[in-house]
Design a binder for this molecule. Structure first.
Ligand SMILES: [Ca+2]
Ligand SMILES: [Ca+2]
Length: 249
């Protein structure tokens, strides 16, 4: 696992570095256009607070601008759909969050994607329609792995064994993506995800990092992953060393 992590971070850093050093059109002739960077994607701090009285973990990221105020422009279809995310890569194990897998970086993410809804169990905007609120920042667990087919250097790991490898709250896409329904709270320059401790196997001993990234769905090009990272706006630690620990209060 340690070797896997080292390889993963090396590839991610290589991918992030290459973004500034190459022509995106040359690297991605498929005309991927990441959402323009804003201060809303510029990370300034991150915390995971363990509130013991409530048995609750609060995952927080602070930004220079307004948390969640930048959202992607709709593509008009799922293939090529933009996905903007505030991501917490962690040292949790896949089994801690309900995935059956031997490898992969467990990450908690808050994402916005106006072209599709992958929270069929949740009606985030209380419209009565459970399938119309993908644009509202909502929570996911994902498993990430290195992937040199996309400029960001990583992608959500894929599986065809949906029933066997994913928890019942997963939306049924053929990848390690769950929609656990954790509350996402946007408050000024802070985004918070409220995660009951029993949803991470009771663990508080993990480490984490914070990343803001642009991802995109790909269904038509078999040379790229289904959901890859195309731009890394910010990595809080600067080196993706996952240096941060949970603070009890
Ligand atoms: Ca929904
Ligand atoms: Ca709705």
């Amino acid at each position: 696992m340690r070797f896997f992590l080292a390889t993963f971070f090396l590839l991610l850093l290589t991918g992030a570095t290459s973004l500034s050093g190459c022509d995106p059109a040359e690297a991605q002739p498929q005309l991927v256009t990441p959402t323009t960077a804003t201060a809303d994607l510029d990370l300034t701090a991150a915390r995971v607070r363990y509130i013991e009285d409530l048995g609750l973990l609060v995952f927080e990221q602070d930004v220079a601008g307004t948390a969640g105020a930048t959202r992607p422009e709709a593509a008009g279809q799922v293939d090529g759909a933009p996905v903007l995310g505030y991501v917490f890569p962690t040292t949790l194990s896949p089994s801690d969050v309900g995935f059956r897998a031997d490898d992969g970086i467990v990450a908690l993410a808050a994402t916005s994607h106006p072209d599709f809804d992958d929270t069929p169990l949740w009606d985030e905007d209380h419209s009565g329609d459970y399938a119309d609120d993908g644009v509202i920042f909502h929570s996911h667990w994902v498993l990430l792995g290195p992937d040199d087919r996309v400029p960001g250097g990583l992608a959500v790991l894929e599986t065809q064994r949906i029933a066997e490898d994913l928890p019942p709250t997963a939306p049924g896409m053929p990848m390690y993506l769950d929609s656990p329904g954790f509350s996402v709270v946007l408050s000024g320059n802070t985004i918070r995800l409220l995660v009951p401790l029993d949803r991470v196997g009771g663990r508080t001993d993990f480490q984490f990092d914070a990343v803001a990234a642009y991802m995109e769905v790909n269904q038509g090009d078999d040379t790229r992953p289904l959901l890859g990272v195309y731009e890394v706006y910010d990595v809080l630690s600067g080196d993706l060393s996952l240096p941060y620990t949970v603070a009890s209060e």
